[in-house]
Design a binder for this molecule. Sequence first.
Ligand code: MN
Ligand code: MN
Length: 318
Amino acid sequence: MSEKKFNQPLGGNEMPRFGGIATMMRLPHSPAADGLDVAFVGVPFDIGTSNRAGARFGPRQIRTESCLIRPYNMATRAAPFDSLQVADIGDVAINTFNLEKSVAIIEQAYNEILEQGCKPLTMGGDHTISLPILRALRKQHGPVGIVHVDAHADINDHMFGERIAHGTPFRRAIEEGLIEPTRMVQIGLRASGYEADDFDWPREQGVRVVQAEECWYQSLKPLMAEVREQLGAGPVYLTFDIDGLDPAYAPGTGTPEIGGLTVHQGLEIVRGCRGLDLVGGDLVEVAPAYDTSGNTALVAANLLFEMLCVFPGVQYRA
Ligand code: MN
Ligand code: MN
């Protein structure tokens, strides 16, 4: 019996890390998801933003900054490319002149990915894109649990009169039954709002809301133990808005808020998802133009690798 060959990231001793075609983690590009366990997907969409646009350039910059990531996780010993077939399947061809059509295009693209039994790890794009992804996931898995990292709750009823924008996806997702609210946690919420009780709507739905102040100065490992308990055995989606982190670490985003999570806490949250039945994940709101250092996309690329490292089926080296 021949052993299955898994795609490997192109090594730095085969092609200099700054050379070659920019795919996520220098993985092979695949035109479609068939045969893949996990696909990195870009969604270059930012027409749902309310302040600074620019997240349409997130996928490209994340791919560029991912060139230094090596295949093994030295902290957790995860070796995702020992047991999962992974590739970069490129970007969803959104219609940048039409938000609603783009949302439909994204849902259809994810239907096709999920029908192949492939799990998507998405490079955003603004947070609007999580709604069509969750709509597609519902068809495969029913309502999912959610780990949502963000400075914002994204549960506005409307923005500027519109029901779909980057500040509304989780309102719509809860209304549409895409999420089980009692299996949802929001981490990192903070800053100013329109009403003092802005974060109470999700709480009233049964969501656990962990405001940033509750996270300050501490390890989030104990929190994540509680999250694993809360979310239990069912399917879970991980959505990470880069603005959940403090702008000191991730300034390249459209709606920055001070007093955010540290990179270390971001790592603890993602690593703390190990053991959950993850069915997909996204990293959204990277807008590279506001960060000349490139650090925001570097952090994003590494967090996406960390997400891959906690997917079900990943092997850990002894
Ligand atoms: Mn968001
Ligand atoms: Mn946000």
